[in-house]
Design a protein around this ligand. Structure first.
Ligand code: PLP
Length: 400
């Protein structure tokens, strides 16, 4: 023990010397860059009164959720023991989750915090020098964890032409024999774009033919404005897919911190479970039961969220029509966020910062996505959007 302490003391001492701290910084598995979007939220989310950039739907309050539930599930809540839970997730919750898919067994679901699911999957599916393709711009952890493992990242970018369009031809061009993982996220954060059924089939075929694993982030599934464009989960399209979904966005229950991975390969599932013993071990007992309630009441919750989004999108259409000289607005296809353009010479990063500081209205600047064009993220699934737009109007009237 003493010898171990001596080694540790020595090595931390060495780490303070410039050459050693440089080498430690260079070691690929030891560094992960700050999550720019989350740091920006940490700075403003709980101080700015008008959140016009959130990607979750207006959070339900506890009473609202409990009032939607009766019978057996309510009994589970009343007699709930606040002990440790089953590491893979409550069996009834996994059973309810599996019903969201056509071909999935409850045993093929691993419940975790959504963000944790990304971390666990990337750490187990990837190794140094693997090539990873990701939809871009993207929620940063979808590629940053891979980068921290020493992987090479390639970007599948949408074209901007009267809206955002991801073209499968562009994806095929950047695939190579070294590509190990394809990360996709549809409906897409931040553009609100999605792909069609045929494109999804083609992606599954391209990946299958090249033995590429697909990590499909489906956090915004069920928020398509037209049911016809809702895609089947990639879990039902490819045996090689790992998919992510959760309660945070479409189901308006982000504070539960409950999501899930679907994993059809039993070896990967075993590895993910072993890794989870080093992250959270198991899920929060009350959150699991509340998530079960949320899924049982999903039709009601989704109807409520779609109503909020539909009403707010009409308000945004009106707002952007009145400010055509400043913004270029193209309605998204799905989800609670869009990525409009700010006309130059205005700079979207400066605009977002000045707006939040002067009027308390939070939009997301492009720099948090490492995106170098003049777009910003706007979120429209919150109830106080009219008040936020009023403040934004005041700001624009004064300034331009
Ligand atoms: C595309 C995407 N994936 C995953 C997550 C992570 O979800 P959570 O914040 O609930 O862990 C987010 C959150 O914004 C997201 O936008």
């Amino acid at each position: 023990m003493e010898a171990l302490s001596a080694v540790l003391a020595l090595s931390t001492g060495f780490a303070r010397l410039p050459i050693f701290s440089y080498l430690i910084g260079k070691f690929p598995t030891m560094r992960i860059d700050p999550f720019k979007l989350e740091r920006y939220f940490a700075r403003y989310e709980f101080t700015a009164p008008y959140l016009l950039s959130s990607s979750d739907c207006e959070p339900l309050d506890l009473n609202e959720l409990l009032s939607m539930i009766h019978g057996e599930t309510m009994k589970m809540w009343n007699v709930l023991k606040l002990g440790y839970t089953e590491s893979q997730g409550h069996p009834e919750l996994r059973n309810e989750i599996s019903q969201l898919y056509q071909s999935l067994q409850p045993e093929q679901v691993m419940v975790s915090v959504p963000e944790e699911g990304i971390f666990i999957a990337m750490n187990n599916l990837l190794k140094e020098k693997d090539e990873v393709i990701t939809t871009f711009p993207a929620y940063q952890s979808l590629y940053e964890v891979a980068r921290s493992l020493g992987c090479r990242i390639k970007y599948w970018k949408p074209r901007y032409n009267q809206g955002w369009h991801f073209e499968v031809d562009d994806l095929e061009k950047i695939m190579s024999p070294k590509t190990r993982l394809l990360v996709i996220n549809f409906p897409h954060n931040p553009t609100g774009a999605t792909i069609n059924h045929k494109q999804q089939e083609t992606i599954a075929d391209l990946a299958h033919a090249r033995d590429i694993i697909i990590f499909s982030d489906e956090m915004y599934r069920y928020l398509e404005y037209d049911d016809q464009i809702r895609l089947p989960s990639m879990a039902d399209k490819s045996e090689l897919a790992v998919t992510l979904c959760g309660m945070s966005k479409s189901f308006a229950l982000a504070g539960l911190r409950i999501g899930w991975l679907t994993v059809k390969n039993p070896e990967w599932l075993q590895q993910f479970m072993e890794f989870k013993d080093y992250t959270t071990i198991c899920n929060s007992a009350p959150s699991e039961i509340l998530a079960l309630m949320g899924l049982k009441a999903r039709e009601k919750i989704l109807r409520r969220n779609h109503d909020i989004i539909r009403t707010n999108l009409a308000r945004l259409d009106d707002f952007f029509a009145r400010h055509e000289n400043i913004f270029e607005w193209i309605s998204p296809k799905a989800g609670p966020v869009a990525f409009p353009k700010l006309h130059e010479p205005l700079d979207a990063n400066d605009f977002c910062r000045d707006l939040v500081e002067k009027k308390g209205v939070m939009l997301l600047p492009p720099k948090v996505y490492d995106f170098h064009a003049n777009h910003f993220r706007i979120g429209f699934a919150r109830q106080n959007l009219p008040q936020a737009l009023e403040k934004l109007d005041e700001y624009l009237d004064k300034k331009y």
